[in-house]
Design a protein around this ligand. Structure first.
Ligand code: KIV
Length: 275
């Protein structure tokens, strides 16, 4: 087990067992997305417990409108780059749309490819009882899974948008049952996306595995945000649940503008920047 001293904080490699211990100790889990080597290194050094190589890469890295457009080879490429950078955080990789629904044998083959070709520690898949056979097949291969319930963006065409889920009793009841099923099947954590805070708290209290919320209030065992959203790179995206910790879009535009001005004026490079 890796350990180091970052200031006064001793850091160890986070595992699925660490997630379980954090739930038991009431320690909140901090997760962020990353998709490339350089940012993943900084995110890991910043102290997150877990990095998600999310299929949100389709949006923030590739410019697609939905997450349905990214494939297995692309996510494997991103995830392998992240894993090369990370020393401490538990790396979880999203399984892309179409790689785990329907055929459980294909699901386990695709999950195994992710684990073998990236070196990540777990995969994440979206859905409940309707994909129970895929959960079972992947878990039976010894591959840890984070489930994902509530707003599941790969089902955007079924939902007709990205609105709040589980507002009515029947969808809320189904979500509670699905969360319990995922725990029984053996998932080590569940992401709850864009559901009422009271429901997320109820689910969290009813499970022995940790919940990770996004737009699901403060009662979850942990939180996840997309790196490009929380750092303000993706500056057009302003949902109510998002807290911005930086305004990198302005910082980058200003830096690029200064560089362009210096090149145009002949100020860059100067003598000390030349051989
Ligand atoms: O793809 C992603 O980034 C995600 C998080 C928003 C949970 O699934």
């Amino acid at each position: 087990m890796q350990a180091t001293n970052l200031g006064s904080i001793e850091r160890k490699k986070v595992t699925t067992q660490t997630f379980q211990a954090m739930k038991q100790n009431g320690e909140k889990i901090a997760m962020l997305t990353s998709y490339d080597y350089s940012i993943a290194r900084l995110v890991d050094e910043g102290g997150v417990d877990s990095i998600l190589v999310g299929d949100s890469a389709a949006n923030v890295m590739s410019g697609y409108e939905t997450t349905l457009r990214i494939g297995l080879d692309e996510l494997i490429y991103y995830a392998a780059s992240v894993v090369r950078a990370v020393k401490y955080a538990l790396v979880v990789v999203d399984m892309p749309f179409g790689t785990y629904q329907g055929d459980p044998y294909a699901a386990v083959r695709n999950a195994a490819r992710i684990m073998r070709e990236t070196g990540a520690q777990a995969v994440k898949i979206e859905g409940g009882i309707e994909i129970a056979e895929s959960y079972k097949a992947i878990l039976s291969a010894g591959i840890p899974i984070v489930g994902h319930l509530g707003l599941t963006p790969q089902s955007v065409n079924k939902f007709g948008g990205y609105g709040l889920r589980a507002k009515d009793d029947s969808e809320a009841d189904l979500l509670v049952k699905n969360a319990q099923l995922l725990e029984q099947l053996g998932c080590f954590s569940v992401v709850l996306e864009k559901i009422p805070a009271a429901l997320a708290t109820k689910v969290t209290q009813s499970l022995s595995i940790p919940t990770i919320g996004i737009g699901a209030g403060n009662g979850c065992d942990g939180q996840v945000l997309v790196f490009h959203d929380m750092t303000g790179i993706n500056d057009g995206f302003k949902p109510k649940f998002l807290r911005r910790y930086a305004n990198l879009a302005d910082t980058i535009r200003t830096a690029v503008g200064s560089y362009v001005a210096d090149v145009k004026s002949g100020d860059f490079p100067n003598e000390s920047e030349s051989y």
